[in-house]
Structure formats: C-alpha cells, structure tokens
Write a protein that binds this ligand. Structure first.
Ligand code: GLA
Length: 712
C-alpha cells in the first residue's frame, strides 16, 4: 500500500470507520474504537496486509465493500444477477467517493454489464452506530434479474470466533443461540415473508466467550420486514465477513431499463462487551429511527384480548373499562372481534366495518366510557389479511395473494392481501382512516398473523413487494392522521425490526404473558430494542399460553421492564389485587420518563435460574433492577448480585421496590436487611461486591431500587 492510498474516515464519539481504496473498490479498513487523527497514514503502512501465500490467486483478493468474483473473491458476493444468463460476472470500478458530514457515498460502475452501484455508509456521531445501504441501477436497455444484492458486506476482525443469533416460535420469541464461527458459511435464511418468530434479523459476533461486559463484539441488524439472509463466512485466508440482505424468491426482482433498487439498511456497531453495543443501539433507535411520539410518556395499556377474546359485548366491555381505569390504565385497547362476521378466527378479516349486531350504536358508547375515565382509545386491525369467509373475499377473491395451479396453504384460516395493488391499498386506507377520524382513535394495534408463503400475483413471486407496500400504506395513513400511534404486532413479536419501527413505535413483544417465559423473551428483545417500546403486560394468574400460575408481583415486575399494561380481566381482580396493581402502576408512572432515556444493563448472574437486568438514569442518580427466578436456586445461599451502571463515587439508598416480602419470607430463615428496610451504601460496593440476594423461590422476582442519597 503506498502513501498515496486514498482514505476517508467517519468519526463518532468513540468510533472510527476508516475506508481505504487500495484496489478497484474501497474497503472498510477499520471499524472500531476511535483512531487518533495524526497516525492514519503511518498506521496504514504499518499494518499493510498485502502478504500473499502460494497456492491461490496471484493477487490479494480483498474483502471490499462490494466483493465480487472478478477480483478472485470466493466468498458470498455482493451481487448475484444476470441479463438473461449474461452479465452475471461483474467488474466494478470506482468512479467517485464523496463525503458530506458523516456520510460517505461511493459510486461504482461496470461498463460492460451496464450496471452501477451507490454505497452509502454513515455513522451516527452520538451513538457510534453505523448504517449502510446499497443501490443498484440498471443502465442498459434490457432488464436485469437480481437474485441477491447484499445491503452490506462487512469485514470482521479475524479473531472473531463466536456468533449469537435469536430464534423462536409463536409465544417464544428472541431465544438466543451461540455458535462457533467455523470455516464455511453460517446462513440464517428467513422465508416466512415477515420478520418472523423463527429468526430475528440481528447478529452478534465476537471473540470467543464474549459476554455482557467483555470481549470484542459487533452488533448488526437488517431493517427489513420480509425474507432475508444473514451470513457469517470464514474463509481459509482468514477473512471473516458479515453480510445481510433481502432474500428474493426466483424471478421476483427484475430491474427494468433505468430502474434502481435500494436495499434496506444494515445497522451496526463494534464495541467492548454486548452491553455497550446494546446501549448504542438503544440510543440510535431513540434518536434516529423511532417516531417522535415515543418520546412522550408511554401510557399504561389495558387490552381486551385475553379478557374477552371474541366475546365482544358492550355489557361486558363497559365494566371492563371501569375496572381497568380503577387499576391505573391510561389507554383502553379494543382487540380483535369488533368488526363484521368476526365471532371467531374463522371469518371476517377484511370487513373493516363495526359489527352493528353487537355494537348497534357503533363504538361510541365504548369510546365515550373510555374517555370519561380520561383514557385514550385504541383499536386492533389486521389490515394485510383476508378470511375466505368474508364479504371482501367474496367480492374480490383476486385481491388475495395466490399462484395459479398451486394451492395456497391457509394459516389461522386466512390469506394475505396483495397490498402492493393500488385498489387494495386504497380500500384499506379508506377503511382505517375513516374509523380513526370517526372515533378520534389514538392508537392502532396493527397485527399480521400469518406467514407470507407462496406469495404471488397469480403468476409470479411477489414477497419483496409486500413490506415496501406496507411501509407506503403506513406512511399514507400517518400523513392524514397526524398523532396516531401505531404498534407493530405479528402474532406477538414476529415483526420487530428497524424498518417497521420508523412507522410504529411500540412492539407487542409476544403473545406469551407467562412472566417466567417472558423474562427471556424480553431479555432477547432488549438486546437491540429500547425498553419504552416493548409492550409488556400483566396477564392472568394462570398464563393462557402455558398454564403456569404466578403471583401478581412477579407478573408486574416483569411487565415493568417495558411499556406497562394489562392483558387480563380487570373485573375479576379482588380488592387486594387492585391495591397491589396500583402500587406497580404508580411505580411505572413515576419512573417511566427517565427509563425512556436510561442506560440498559444486562447483569450476569452466577446461576442459570436467575435473569437480571436494570435501567440507570443519565445522571446515575436512580436505577431499577429486576431479578427473576425462573427455576429453583442453587446453591442454597444465594450470594451477591453485582450491579452495573452506578457511579462508584456516589452513595445510594438500596431498597426493595417490589412489595412481595411476604412471598419471600417463608423461604428465608434469615433475610438480608435491605429487603426489610432501606440500606445506605456506595455505588462502588454495589458494583464490586453486589447486592446480597434473599432466597428466591422459583417464579419469584425482585425489583431493586438504587437512589442517590442526597447529602445534607
Ligand atoms: C394476535 C396478537 C394478539 C391478539 C390476537 C387477536 O395473536 O398477537 O395479541 O391481538 O392476534 O386475534
């Protein structure tokens, strides 16, 4: 590498991205902690990596920002495509690199294939989170078929050896799996047609054994609500890459002459330990992704679903609203079952008109009662779906995605509408906006309850058009309904990604409200997403999905990790339950503002049966930690739990904020004194030695508060 090597740098608070051009296409030479300004060129020379062994290509085959086989690169290329079998090999050269503020734009062209590429790489200065997209243009006079276009291909340090991904199913989202980065390719391919329960579009890679606070770690996330592929590849030359992009069905992505294709963004950061990367993602999502309204105090929801399911009846709903208000709810949400023909999940989707047989006066009495309590009103929709047993399907069977000669499998008795069609999008827009205006709806729970498999327009595949059409429809609705809040739900958390979060600022994390299972679901969610957008409800004593019985304290403590709410029949709470719930709703209300800007810490526990995490405010004056016993404790003396994020110099009052001492008492012959009355201690001791835990019976939880002692 000569001293003339062109280079560009993007600097954040603690991060530098250094792009160099020593071959035809620039490469990301450094992504990591901030480099000193004066050392760049000499550092480049000192670390020149042009050494070449025998037995391979005659030149170094660099992992560029647009890897291509024409350079001898044998890993996953940036682009797979062709022009009717031709122009499958690409030889891009750089035509320009420009930098404005913290964005680098790299332009490439392949004159023979008649394609051009624009790579946009930017760094958010405050959060140290970077973002990359790739745009492909077809400059020829014939169509070009795209089979694969990576949003980004990122080099990872060749010392990285482990990869952590999140997987799940309905009712058990975000379960983490760690695997080795061995020679070959890890390919997490999602073909569910939505972000999916099965694979989250997020990757964590790092040095062997990376942990909450240790190891060299990189986080990456693909902001896309459809089919995708996440790839981690280790080649014999030591190169390790991370690549992500949309996974196209055969023939569905054809660029006509003059057309462009811009990929979804890959968002990434490299830090020290997972907590640091998590904290950066939270900050970036708060300031650069989420709608503005997520900065306002997040109201307590009361949702009708598990209280009534499809048994809608104003005589039941009005007392339910009264009871929810009495327990502290601030927004009442009327879930599935309010529209025509919807007496079960067999029928009605698509008929977005109030069912007059149940609601002869429309929803007015329900909305009025909600507002009388000073609560907001929310309504459930599942706009992208249609039941074959619906007026809409009887009138427009051609609006459902289908392929001639192949039976489309039903899921939850429903089909998917082709919302990329203008007539379908117009119909949904009219139905939704007229109801929002008529009832001054504050919030919509936007559901999507089946996978999009065999997505077609009759003849051809059409999966990738659907998320884009969805984003357009959401934006169109938001344009005429300013202030409307929308939640993303897909049978729980099957559509939680950074693309949908530009339009929706709340996620229904899971249909599983069993607090013990929810603890790991939320832990996985919070690895990338901030707590204030995580819908977290107090469910019934017996969880509907698992049959597990838990105390109201445990349910409330786990729900306090996110946007608090109720998913229960508040009419059935006894007076003691109401007092208990009011304690936790009050705790939520008095802490939610700072939690929405807090620093999140996952805590390492010595026992597999304990899951712990906490929030610390930006002045390090207040912190709340929750500890959940998902199983029986071992050993018998529970020991100390070291906290994270406090100021070692400050003096704190340590308190038990949950009011479940009587639950713990029968299991503790002796109990640490702070569980009975507050104790004053230092941040240093709380972090180095930790909080002495009481014996926690299985399925119990603690909420620990640390508040700065104001010295008189
Ligand atoms: C999905 C959602 C639930 C509920 C039902 C209604 O499963 O995740 O919260 O809204 O649909 O049918």
């Amino acid at each position: 590498m000569s001293s003339e090597t062109s280079h560009w740098r993007l600097d954040g608070t603690d991060t530098t991205l250094l792009v160099v051009q020593d071959h035809a296409v620039p490469r990301l030479y450094w992504c990591g902690s901030k480099l000193k300004n004066d050392t760049i060129l000499s550092q480049l020379l000192a670390h020149d990596d042009s050494a070449l062994a025998f037995g391979g290509m005659d030149n170094v085959t660099p992992l560029s920002l647009f890897p291509q086989a024409s350079t001898g690169y044998t890993g996953s290329p940036a682009l797979n495509g062709h022009r009717n079998g031709h122009a499958f090999a690409h030889s891009m050269r750089t035509t320009g690199v420009s930098q404005s503020d913290n964005t680098l734009t790299i332009n490439l062209v392949d004159d023979h294939a008649e394609l051009s590429i624009e790579i946009s790489l930017s760094l958010d200065i405050q959060s140290d989170v970077a973002r990359m997209t790739t745009t492909l243009s077809n400059t020829a006079s014939t169509p070009y078929t795209v089979d694969w276009l990576a949003s980004a291909t990122l080099p990872m340090p060749n010392k990285y050896r482990q990869c952590l991904t999140q997987h799940g199913r309905w009712g058990l989202e975000n379960q983490t799996h760690r695997r080795n980065i061995a020679p070959g390719r890890i390919d997490i391919s999602n073909l569910h047609g939505r972000t999916s329960h099965e694979h989250a579009p997020s990757l964590i890679c790092g040095t062997a054994g990376f942990s909450n606070n240790g190891g060299d770690v990189m986080f990456a996330h693909l902001g896309w609500s459809g089919n995708f592929s996440l790839r981690v590849e280790r080649l014999s030359n030591g190169t390790i890459s991370l690549q992500a992009g949309v996974l196209y069905l055969p023939g569905e992505c054809i660029l006509e002459p003059g057309e462009q294709l811009t990929t979804p963004a890959v968002t990434f950061t490299r830090g020290s330990g997972m907590n640091q990367c998590t904290q950066r993602f939270h900050q970036h999502i708060r300031t650069c992704i989420l709608p503005e309204w997520t900065r306002r105090a997040r109201p307590i929801h009361a949702n009708s679903w598990e209280a009534l399911y499809f048994n809608h009846d104003p005589d039941a709903l009005l007392p339910l609203i009264d009871a929810a208000a009495g327990a502290g709810a601030e927004r009442f949400v009327l879930d599935d079952g309010w529209f025509r023909h919807r007496r079960s999940d067999n029928a009605g989707l698509g008929d977005w008109f109030i069912d007059e047989s149940i609601y002869p006066e429309g929803l007015h009495p329900i909305v009025q009662r909600t507002r009388q309590h000073g609560m907001q009103f929310g309504l459930w929709f599942e706009p992208e779906m249609v039941n074959p047993d619906s007026d809409l399907y009887r009138e427009h069977p051609e609006w459902a995605m289908h392929l001639e000669h192949v039976d489309t499998p039903l899921a939850r008795n429903q089909l998917v509408l082709d919302i990329a069609r203008d007539d379908v999008a117009d119909y949904l827009f009219e139905c939704i906006t007229s109801l929002v205006h008529e009832y001054a709806i504050d919030y919509i729970k936007w559901d999507m309850n089946r996978d999009l498999v065999l997505a077609g327009d009759g003849q051809r595949a059409r999966a990738a058009a659907q998320p884009k059409a969805l984003y357009r429809l959401l934006q169109r609705i938001l344009d005429v309904c300013p202030g409307l809040e929308i939640e993303t739900c897909a049978s729980g958390g099957a559509r939680a990604d950074l693309a949908i979060l530009e339009y929706t600022g709340r996620v229904w994390t899971s249909d599983n409200i069993d607090p013990i299972e929810r603890a790991s679901i939320q832990q996985g969610f919070l690895r990338f997403m901030p707590p204030e957008i995580m819908g977290a409800h107090v469910g019934h004593k017996t969880a509907h999905l698992t049959g597990r019985v838990t105390s109201l304290h445990t349910r409330a403590i786990i729900a306090l990790q996110g946007q608090f709410g109720f998913e229960l029949d508040a009419r059935r709470l006894d007076s003691q339950d109401v007092i208990t719930l009011q304690h936790y709703t009050q705790l939520y209300k008095s802490n939610r503002d700072w939690i929405a800007n807090s620093t999140y810490w996952q805590l390492s526990t010595y026992s597999k049966s304990l899951i712990a995490c906490g929030y610390v405010d930006d002045t390090q004056d207040h912190a709340l930690y929750s500890v959940v016993a998902i199983g029986n404790m071992h050993p018998t003396r529970p020991g100390h739990l070291p906290l994270s994020g406090l100021d070692p110099e400050k003096v704190y009052t340590l308190t038990l904020e949950s009011i479940n001492q009587t639950e713990l008492a029968p299991f503790n012959k002796m109990i640490p004194s702070w569980c009975e009355s507050p104790v004053v201690t230092t941040g240093e001791l709380l972090m180095k030695i930790g909080v002495p835990l009481p014996v926690m019976p299985p399925q119990s939880a603690l909420l620990i508060g640390c508040h700065r002692e104001v010295q008189s």
